[in-house]
Design a protein around this ligand. Structure first.
Ligand code: UGA
Length: 457
């Protein structure tokens, strides 16, 4: 079977390389010639563990090729996956469907034989049915040969684990309208199916909704525990113990109950907003209103970090005997080490990154911020060029008045608190991800507070 993958970002590039790994001949298609050239040389344009090795292996073997030309795949592939982005529209909650629509229409015009188009992108419910009609109409207009069908097969991969999630997924969901389409997809996924991966064949709407429901549920879980953080911050209590205790209830589960600075990235935030926009279009405004609260709770965490920073730094100012009442008065002239810029560890992605947003807010309020991320410094600098980026955690920590851990990279968790105490001007840490052993850090001389921890005003 020959496979094309349209779009070579996180999703498409990973899917293309993994399809080659599963034994298929694959061509990746993208409208960006620079990206295609890099991939064809075996270079992955982003950080994703395990992907570079897979790409080089299959580019070298000739099983994986790249092109900008739809015509090259139109007469060649049996199955075309669409894996382009659906970012949030500027100034609106809705998803921008331009790239999906363009990919579907380009395929509709290029395919000259029997083929299955399979959407993988995260889309508002109703998209597949709309595209089915648009593709059929365009093909009839152009009088093209071949029978072209559409299926929807949402992707659940996590950045940082993209290869594993693609080759050994938790479940496979396919929205199909014929036994033939389901059979073709069973052949594509024969390897994971042999490992008893759950297979759910359903209609278009369910397939589209499974994806947005999964991300909305994950976002809700994170905001749920973060809402309880607001309570423990006020009355006391240990948010980590609360999460552990809840997690022992197998109906709830411990995963995605890590309280901290909240969720970010290119998926969860925009997907819950797009879902709200879509239900509102459907006249169901009240149905997903709770997601608005989830989004607000999430964004309030970022404010909380800035407030906490000001509260801790005010202690020094009070020693001067002067009165500093505003955040700006307190933060001006301070130096803050920011540990982490990526939206999560094992990624260089800074889209809607809580870490970078907090760093930028602190900078805009007058603090000097020294940012270090093991992988994301370059992407962060492209987005917020005015922040100061340094080459190591030690450089960030040197002479800092406060350190804030915002992305829980293993190397930050493994920092030696005694060494950190030596480096900093005032050894003080906000653990924005609740991953440090606060007792050990305090004992080593670094006053450490977590999000969700009650601090005397
Ligand atoms: C998410 C979903 O987990 C994937 O299943 C989905 O396929 C993907 O979106 C997508 O739609 O493409 P991803 O964005 O890679 O994957 O990141 P997650 O691992 O879900 O983390 C999202 C954010 O939540 C991160 O900022 C992370 O730090 C935060 N988080 C996660 C918490 O704050 N607490 C937790 O307990 C877990």
């Amino acid at each position: 079977m020959r496979i094309s993958v349209i779009g070579t970002g996180y999703l498409g590039a990973t899917h293309a390389a993994c399809m080659a790994e599963l034994g298929f001949e694959v061509i990746g298609v993208d409208v960006d010639p620079a990206k295609i050239q890099r991939l064809a040389r075996g270079e992955v344009p982003f950080h994703e563990p395990g992907l570079p090795e897979l790409l080089v292996k299959h580019v070298d073997s000739g099983r994986l090729r790249f092109t900008t030309d739809y015509a090259e795949v139109g007469g060649w592939a049996d199955v075309h996956f669409i894996g382009v982005g659906t970012p949030q529209k500027d100034g609106e909650n809705a998803a921008d469907m331009r790239f999906v629509d363009a990919a579907a229409m380009s395929l509709a015009e290029a395919i000259t034989r029997d083929a299955l188009i399979v959407g993988k992108s995260t889309v508002p419910v109703g998209t597949a049915a709309r595209l089915r009609e648009a593709i059929a109409a365009r093909r009839t207009e152009n009088g093209l040969p071949g029978r072209v069908e559409l299926a929807w097969n949402p992707e659940f991969l996590r950045e940082g684990y993209a290869v594993k999630d693609t080759i050994s997924p938790d479940r496979l969901i396919v929205g199909v309208e014929s036994a033939h389409a389901e059979q073709l997809l069973r052949e594509v996924y024969a390897a994971p199916l042999e490992q008893d991966t759950p297979w759910i064949a359903t209609d278009f709407q369910t397939a589209e909704l499974v994806k947005v429901a999964a991300n909305a549920f994950l976002a809700t879980k994170i905001s749920f525990i973060n809402a309880f953080s607001e309570i423990t911050e006020t009355v006391g209590g240990d948010i980590r113990t609360l999460a552990d205790a809840l997690g022992h209830d197998s109906r709830i589960g411990r995963r995605f109950l890590n309280a901290g600075v909240g969720f970010g990235g290119g998926c969860l935030p925009k997907d819950i907003r797009a879902l709200q926009a879509r239900v509102s279009e459907l006249g169901l405004n009240r149905t997903m209103q709770f997601l608005n609260n989830m989004d607000e709770i999430n964004l309030r965490r970022r404010d909380r970090v800035v407030d906490l920073a000001a509260q801790l730094l005010a202690e020094d100012r009070d020693d001067d005997g002067r009165t500093h009442t505003t955040r700006t008065q307190i933060l001006q002239g301070t130096r803050i080490a920011i540990l982490g810029a990526a939206f999560k560890p094992h990624s260089d992605d800074v889209r809607d990154s809580p870490a970078l947003d907090v760093a930028n807010r602190l900078f805009c309020t007058g603090a000097a911020t020294a940012v270090f991320d093991p992988q994301a410094n370059a992407n962060a600098a492209a987005r917020f060029p005015r922040l100061d980026y340094v080459g190591s955690a030690e450089q960030a920590l040197r002479d800092a008045d406060l350190a804030i851990l915002l992305t829980e990279w293993p190397e930050f968790r493994e920092l030696d608190p005694a060494r950190v105490a030596e480096l900093m001007r005032t050894p003080r840490m906000i653990d924005g991800r609740n991953v440090l052993d606060r007792t050990a850090w305090d004992a080593a001389g670094v006053h450490t507070v977590g999000l969700g921890q009650h601090i005397e005003p």
